[in-house]
Write a protein that binds this ligand. Structure first.
Ligand code: NAD
Length: 511
């Protein structure tokens, strides 16, 4: 309480962009105030509302720094990353508190977010000694054929607010280890966590210009990045709607583009499932991070034989969840990110109420009294008897709202599961190994879980989704990340010392 009062009384810090190794004010001088979503009286800080001019300066620096960074041996780049990882470990607690203040998620989840950045950083640092290419036999004698990875050039990284350190690290670390230079733009609501990561890279000895931080809005900074002549690759995580606009702009300007976008993830609960375990997983998947995960379990497709029993267990557990400020260790569900999110989520609750058949079974209200008075709090909300075609069962709500849909058998469950435009994560609860494998094969999602919820990625496995969730790339797992942030160069070495006639006769007609 005393700490909270002190934070309310203090003067908010004004932060700066990081360009060419210096902390600089935005060219236009405009700032955006970031407020604590659990108590909007607290200003977390004032952050640059940058313009195209700042993007220009960041890309100038990234272009200048590129040849030196590209020429730095990858094991040396890795040593800097390793130091970043060590510093992140030392600062984990402070960075987690900063994250909860700006983003709202409960402290243990913020610690997990910082830990994910630590894991990604150490994991990627190990890759500095492995950036493998390959050799392969040539068609001709006295000739050697091989492939090496080359950096792409200048990368623009655009990130969302829900994992404000983990997601930047998923992009930044592989971009750096491959020898690229970077301009990063965090979401307007959560710049501090990304700034903490960038500051750590600076302190670890990353040379000036290799990493540049430009804060501001998507319309101004994000759009300028996707159109900038010096950007070779845009790596974006966020909503499908914005991702498609980013892809259009990147395509128009001839850039490679990697997209990680929205989700409408599903848990299938079969009649032989351990219902206690399934309810526990569903609660964590649906209401963890207040439902604001791209992998949130927003649909539960439950076999009708166990439907009532499962809903009773789910309701009992969800009703007991404590909603409040994420710094309070007793709290399990924090606020949603901002007022716009409250309006969107409450709008969906209204839609759900009006859609025929669905029953608002639990929650559905905004909390406005007592400890919730100054924040963006919404009760964990369960809709039952939902039909798969309803909007609440098809569209990404991105809040603490879950739809429980009955099904007859596994085939119908899979059909419902796949019947949305997204394809990020899915899960099945069953004790039958045949069903588990069948669902694994038939669910068209990038991630699949057995007897575990739809959330909880590990950095050494590929992360991403199908359909409207992505455009075929995967982050995490080194091979997939390296495939985003490096390009292949094929190398032919002819040591015969003569023009080999066979080369002309047998050469492939292509190239
Ligand atoms: P958002 O799409 O609103 O914003 C994402 C980023 O894009 C922000 O930095 C924003 O400023 C920027 N942006 C906005 N307009 C832009 C433009 N015209 N040009 C360039 N950049 C622009 O998403 P959000 O609200 O920050 O995040 C929530 C969404 O992110 C959800 O849909 C969620 O599912 C998705 N998400 C996906 C993953 C994944 O890996 N698939 C992970 C986390 C979040």
């Amino acid at each position: 309480m005393a700490q909270a009062k002190a934070r309310l009384a203090g003067k908010p810090e004004a932060y700066k962009n990081y360009i060419d190794g210096r902390w600089v004010e935005p060219a236009g001088g405009a700032m955006i105030e970031s407020r604590n979503p659990a108590d909007t009286r607290e200003v977390v800080g004032r952050f640059p509302a940058s313009s195209a001019k700042d993007v220009e300066a960041a890309l100038d620096a990234a272009r200048e720094a590129y040849p030196r960074w590209k020429a730095t041996p990858a094991p040396r780049r890795a040593e800097i990353l390793y130091r970043v990882g060590q510093l992140l470990v030392e600062r984990k607690e402070q960075f987690a508190v900063d994250m909860t203040r700006e983003m709202g998620k409960v402290l243990k989840e913020s610690r997990g977010d910082v830990q994910e950045a630590i894991d990604m950083t150490f994991y990627t640092a190990g890759e500095g000694r492995r950036l493998h290419g390959y050799t392969t036999p040539s068609e001709l004698p006295d000739k050697f054929a091989m492939c090496v990875r080359q950096p792409v050039g200048r990368c623009a990284l655009i990130t969302p607010w829900n994992f404000p350190m983990a997601i930047p690290s998923w992009k930044l670390m592989p971009a750096l280890i491959c020898g690229n230079t970077v301009a990063i733009k965090p979401a307007e609501d959560t710049p501090l966590s990304t700034l903490n990561l960038v500051r750590t890279c600076e302190e670890a000895g990353l040379p000036p210009g290799v990493l540049n931080l430009v804060m501001g809005t998507g319309e101004e900074v994000g759009a300028a990045l996707t159109a900038h002549r010096d950007v070779n690759l845009v790596s974006f995580t966020g909503s499908t709607q914005v991702g498609r606009a980013v892809a259009e702009s990147a395509a128009r300007h001839g850039k490679t583009c990697s997209l990680e976008m929205g989700g409408k993830n599903v848990i299938l609960v079969m009649e032989d499932a351990d219902l206690g375990l399934a309810a526990e997983g569903a609660v964590w998947g649906a209401f963890g991070t207040t439902g604001q995960r791209c992998t949130a379990s927003s649909r539960l497709v439950v076999h009708k034989k166990v439907y009532k029993k499962f809903v009773a267990k789910l309701t009992e557990r969800a009703r007991a969840l404590r909603v409040g400020g994420g710094l309070d260790p007793r709290v399990e569900v924090g606020p949603v990110i901002n007022e716009e999110a409250v309006a969107k989520i409450m709008g969906y609750v209204e839609i759900g109420r009006k859609e025929d058949r669905a029953t608002l079974h639990l929650g559905g209200r905004r909390l406005k009294k007592g400890e919730h008075k100054h924040g963006h709090f919404i009760e964990p909300t369960i809709f039952t008897d939902v039909a798969s075609g309803m909007r609440i069962a098809r569209e990404e709500i991105f809040g603490p709202v879950v739809s429980v849909i009955p099904c007859r058998d596994l085939d119908e469950a899979v059909e419902i599961g796949n019947g949305v435009e997204y394809g990020l994560s899915s899960a099945i609860y069953t004790r039958d190994v045949n069903r588990a494998f069948k669902a694994m094969e038939q669910m068209y999602t990038g991630i699949f879980y057995v007897n575990s919820s739809t959330i909880g990625a590990e950095v050494h496995l590929p992360f991403g989704g199908t359909k409207a969730t992505g455009n075929g790339h995967r982050e995490g797992a080194m091979v997939s990340s390296l495939d985003i942030f490096s390009e292949w160069k094929a190398i032919y070495v002819d040591y015969s010392g003569k023009l080999q006639k066979a080369q002309i006769d047998t050469a492939s007609p292509v190239g």
